[in-house]
Design a protein around this ligand. Structure first.
Ligand code: GLN
Length: 217
């Protein structure tokens, strides 16, 4: 395992796996598609891509990944969820399916398809805490937003308060809690690598953190 080029998994059950793989590779990571428990156990961090959270939830169960993934997240594995991935990482979901599973990791309530059923996509430029170099252009596709969150969750970005944003104005759309990062939008679709770089840095920090702990022992 190399701290410089950590091995990051992309949950490859459904969704935009290829785009995340490309963004992570360009952002300095080695990437492993994850479909089995043995692959999950190898990675230093995991990306949960956009797609359809209800389908991904069902596939997690079918592939026997639900319990192992919950355990790794509870154990502090860095994770980054975009859109459907954010929904999966939330403690609780509103407007989900009653049988949809939550992985935990983010102490918040997320509202699925929050931008309105009639609004398939919405774009905005966001100030993103911890990301330098100006606003991040965010593409929201049938996206969730954070309905409420605990003080343990750090808000990284909200939708700007413009008229065009309508009911989405001021809503929380990017968060971090410990080593878990989530965005309601899809940075993997815009060619802007800064959010993926942030996640690669979180994974690197986690690695050096655990090494220090070992040395201290
Ligand atoms: N609406 C989808 C869901 O509920 C998320 C959409 C996306 O990931 N682009 O999972």
């Amino acid at each position: 395992m190399s701290a410089d080029r950590p091995l990051i998994g992309v949950l490859a059950l459904q969704g935009d796996v290829r785009e995340h793989t490309a963004a992570l590779t360009a952002g300095g990571a080695r990437v492993l598609p994850v479909r089995r428990e043995s692959e999950l156990s190898e990675v230093d961090g995991l990306v949960l891509p956009g797609g359809e959270s209800t389908t991904m939830s069902r596939l997690l169960e079918t592939f026997g990944l639900l319990a192992p993934l919950r355990a790794r997240i509870a154990d502090g594995m860095p994770a980054y969820g975009s859109c459907a991935g954010m929904i999966l990482l939330a403690e609780k979901v509103l407007d989900g399916r009653p049988d949809q599973h939550q992985l935990g990791g983010l102490d918040l309530i997320v509202r699925r398809n929050a931008f309105g059923r009639q609004v398939d996509s919405f774009e905005a430029d966001l100030d993103f805490a911890g990301v330098d170099g100006g606003p991040v252009h965010a593409v929201f596709i049938r996206a969730p937003w954070v309905e409420s969150s605990s003080p343990a969750v750090r808000v990284l970005a909200t939708v700007p308060e413009t008229t065009a944003a309508g009911a989405a104005a001021g809503r929380i759309v990017a968060v971090r809690q410990g080593a878990v990062l989530a965005t309601a939008f899809h940075p993997e679709l815009t060619g802007d690598l800064r959010v993926h770089r942030l996640f690669v840095d979180i994974v690197r920090g986690h690695e050096s953190g655990s090494r220090r702990t070992t040395e201290e022992r």
